[in-house]
Design a binder for this molecule. Structure first.
Ligand code: TUI
Length: 315
C-alpha cells in the first residue's frame, strides 16, 4: 500500500491522477479511475458530450468517490466551466496552460481542492501563495501542451520551492515512474497517455491503435512558432506540420492547419487531419486494460521497485 499526503487531501486510495485530456476525458473514464481508487478527472474542454454538467452527473451516477475537473485556461469555455465546478461542488479542480489566479477565490470559497498544473517553480510558488492545495508539475515529456522543462529536473526544483504536495506528470507510464517520482520528492503522479488505452476511454480505435503500436521515438513537438507547443504522435499530419512550420508559410495558414485537429483525432479518428496528442511513454503502452487494472498494476510495480531499492545499498 502506497499512501502519501495526496491521498488524504483528495480523499483517494492511491496517489494516482488520470490527466484531464481535452476532448477525451469524460465522466465515464473519470468515474472508472475514481472507482478504482485513483482520482479521475473530467476535461472541461470538450470531454465526452462536451457538456461539462452532464459529464459530472454521469461520473456521479457511476461512483461515490471524489472526481476532479480540469479546466484548460486558454479554452473559450474556461470561464463558464469555472462557475460550473463551483455550482456542482466538484471535489478537485486542476487547471492547465495558464495562471488560474482570477478563479482561485471563488473555488476556495466553494470548498474545492485546487491543484494547478505548473511548468515552472515560479508559478508553483505563486499558486501556493494563492491558496492551491497542491500543484501538478508537468514536464515536457507529456503529451499535449508543454512547457520548457523536463520532468526529472522540474520535480525536485518544484518540491524545493513549495511546501504543498507536488504531483509529478510528464513521462510517467508505469510503477517505476511512480516510484521514481516519489524518490524525487513528489507525493503522487498524474498519467494521461497510459489512460488513453483504458477500456473505459472512449477515443476512436484508430487513436488507441496508434498508441499501442508507438515506440520510444514516436512523438514529435510542433506549434512552438505560434506559441501553442504540443507533443503528439508522429503521423503524416504532424510530420507535415513540422515540415512547413519554419518555412515562409503565413501565421494564418499555419493556424488554419492546426484548427480543429485535436478534435478531429479525439472524436473522429480522422487519419489525415487529426493531431493525436500523446506523451513519450506511448511506447510503454502495450495493451488495453481497464482503469482498475492500470492503477493496480502501477501501484504494485511501484511497491516492488521501492522494496527492491534498499538492496542497491551495499553496507
Ligand atoms: O494543458 C496541458 N495540456 C494540454 S491543453 C491541450 S488543449 C490545446 N488546445 C489548443 C492548443 C494547445 C492545447 C492539450 N494539452 N497541460 C498542462 C500544462 N500547463 N502544461 C504546461 C502548462 C503550463 C505552462 C505554462 C501552465 C502554466 C504556464 O504558465 C503560464 C503563465 O501564465 O504563467
Amino acid at each position: 500500500m502506497i499512501r502519501t499526503p495526496l491521498c488524504a487531501l483528495c480523499g483517494i486510495t492511491y496517489p494516482v491522477f488520470q490527466g484531464g485530456m481535452a476532448h477525451i476525458s469524460d465522466g465515464r473514464l473519470a468515474a472508472a479511475v475514481s472507482e478504482a481508487g485513483g482520482l479521475g478527472i473530467i476535461s472541461a474542454a470538450g470531454g465526452g458530450s462536451g457538456d461539462l454538467r452532464e459529464e459530472i452527473r454521469i461520473a456521479r451516477s457511476l461512483t461515490k468517490a471524489p472526481v476532479g475537473v480540469n479546466i484548460m485556461l486558454q479554452s473559450p469555455s474556461a470561464r463558464e466551466a469555472a462557475a460550473i465546478v463551483a455550482e456542482e461542488r466538484v471535489e478537485v479542480v486542476t487547471t492547465g496552460a495558464g495562471n488560474p489566479s482570477e478563479y482561485m477565490k471563488a473555488w476556495l470559497e466553494a470548498g474545492i481542492v485546487v491543484i494547478p498544473v505548473v511548468a515552472s517553480a515560479a508559478l508553483a510558488k505563486m499558486m501556493e501563495r494563492a491558496g492551491a492545495a497542491a500543484v501538478i508539475a508537468e514536464g515536457g515529456e507529456s503529451g499535449g501542451h508543454i512547457g520548457e522543462a523536463a520532468t526529472m529536473p522540474l520535480i525536485p526544483q518544484v518540491v524545493d520551492a513549495v511546501k504543498i504536495p507536488v504531483v509529478a506528470a510528464g513521462g510517467i507510464g508505469d510503477g517505476r515512474g511512480l516510484a521514481a517520482s516519489l524518490m524525487l520528492g513528489a507525493a503522487g503522479v498524474q498519467m494521461g497517455t497510459r489512460f488513453l488505452a483504458a477500456k473505459e476511454c472512449g477515443i476512436p480505435q484508430h487513436y488507441k491503435d496508434l498508441v499501442l503500436k508507438a515506440s520510444d521515438t514516436s512523438t514529435i513537438v510542433t506549434g512552438r512558432r505560434l506559441g501553442h507547443t504540443v507533443r503528439s504522435l508522429k503521423t503524416p499530419y504532424s510530420r507535415h506540420y513540422a515540415q512547413v512550420e519554419y518555412t515562409d508559410i503565413s501565421d494564418e495558414e499555419l493556424e488554419a492547419l492546426g484548427t480543429g485537429s485535436l478534435r478531429k483525432a479525439a472524436k473522429l479518428g480522422d487519419e489525415k487531419g487529426g493531431c493525436y496528442l500523446a506523451g513519450q511513454i506511448a511506447g510503454m503502452v502495450k495493451e488495453e486494460q481497464t482503469a482498475r487494472e492500470i492503477i493496480e498494476e502501477v501501484v504494485r510495480e511501484a511497491e516492488e521497485a521501492l522494496r527492491g531499492a534498499s538492496r542497491l545499498i551495499a553496507d
